[in-house]
Design a protein around this ligand. Structure first.
Ligand SMILES: [Fe+2]
Length: 265
C-alpha cells in the first residue's frame, strides 16, 4: 500500500526586504497584513504536520502556495516548518502555486527549486514530471502551473510544451498503473463551475484531454482554500484539500478539521 498525505496552500509569509519590493509585492504585503494574516495560522499547519508525522505516510504532496509573496526567505521558512516530516524521512513533493512566483525573478525561482529538492529528500521526478511506484502500481505526475502573471490576477497554465512532453511520455508507457496528477489549480470550483483563466488554468481543456487520453483518474489540487471533492468530467476525481493553514471557519468550513487529507491505495 502507498499512503500519501496531501497538504496545500500554507501561505507562509515573511516581510520583504526593501530590495525585494515591487508594485505587486507591495500589494501582496498589504493583502497579508490587512487581511490574510488573520485567516492563516502556522499553528494550524503545525498541528496538521504533527498529526501526519504521528502516523507517517510514504510521501507528502504539497499542491502549491508554500509562501505568500514568492520570497526565498519564505521557502526557507517553509522547509523549517515542514521539518517534522522531512526529519522523519518523509519526502515532501511540492509544486508551485501563484503565490510562489511574483514576477520574473530568477533568484526566487532558483530558491524555490532548491527548497523543493531538499524537501523531496533527493527523490527525483523524471523529466516529464513523473514519480513511479511500480510495486504499488502507482504513477504520480507533478505539474508546475504557476506562471508570471500581472497584478490582481491569480490564474496560470501548464503550457503546450509541458503537456506535449507528458503526452508523449504517457503514450509510451502502458503500465496499467493508477495515475494520479497533482497541480495547483482545480478544474472546477466548489459550486461546479470551470474556473475562468483569470483565476484558474488557461489550458484546462488541454489538460482534461490529456487526462482522458491517458486515464489519469485522480487529481490533487489546491488554490481554493476550502476543502472539497468533485468530478469535473467522467473518470476523474478532483480532490482539493483546502489550505493547510486556514483558520477562518466561517468562510471555510472544514469537514474533517484536519487541514490535510490521506490517500491510500
Ligand atoms: Fe493559495
Amino acid at each position: 500500500m502507498l499512503r500519501i498525505a496531501h497538504i496545500s496552500d500554507l501561505h507562509i509569509a515573511c516581510t520583504p526586504r526593501w530590495e525585494q519590493l515591487n508594485l505587486k509585492r507591495i500589494f501582496g504585503h498589504l493583502n497579508w497584513k490587512l487581511n490574510r494574516c488573520r485567516r492563516h495560522s502556522l499553528k494550524v499547519t503545525e498541528r496538521a504536520l504533527e498529526k501526519i508525522a504521528a502516523d507517517p505516510p510514504d510521501l507528502v504532496i504539497l499542491t502549491g502556495d508554500l509562501g505568500q509573496m514568492g520570497l526565498p526567505q519564505e521557502f526557507e521558512k517553509a522547509e523549517d516548518i515542514l521539518s517534522p516530516l522531512t526529519r522523519k524521512g518523509i519526502p515532501v513533493f511540492s509544486i508551485n502555486g501563484n503565490h510562489d512566483r511574483y514576477g520574473q525573478e530568477p533568484d526566487s525561482d532558483k530558491a524555490f527549486e532548491e527548497s523543493r529538492e531538499r524537501l523531496a529528500l533527493g527523490m527525483k521526478v523524471d523529466e516529464s514530471g513523473m514519480l513511479n511506484f511500480p510495486e504499488e502500481g502507482i504513477e504520480i505526475i507533478l505539474l508546475n502551473q504557476a506562471q508570471v502573471i500581472p497584478l490582481f490576477k491569480s490564474g496560470g497554465w501548464n503550457g503546450e510544451a509541458a503537456i506535449a512532453k507528458l503526452d508523449s511520455a504517457l503514450t509510451d508507457r502502458k503500465t496499467g498503473a493508477l495515475r494520479i496528477c497533482a497541480g495547483h489549480y482545480p478544474f472546477i470550483s466548489p459550486s461546479g463551475i470551470w474556473l475562468p483563466p483569470v483565476c484558474g488554468m488557461r489550458d484546462a481543456e488541454a489538460l482534461k484531454d490529456l487526462f482522458i487520453r491517458h486515464q489519469i483518474s485522480l487529481y490533487l489540487c489546491g488554490h481554493i482554500h476550502a476543502p472539497f471533492r468533485s468530478t469535473p468530467f467522467d473518470g476523474c476525481l478532483q480532490l482539493c484539500c483546502g489550505s493547510s493553514s486556514i483558520t477562518d471557519m466561517v468562510r471555510y468550513i472544514r469537514v474533517d478539521n484536519g487541514a490535510y487529507e490521506i490517500i491510500e491505495r
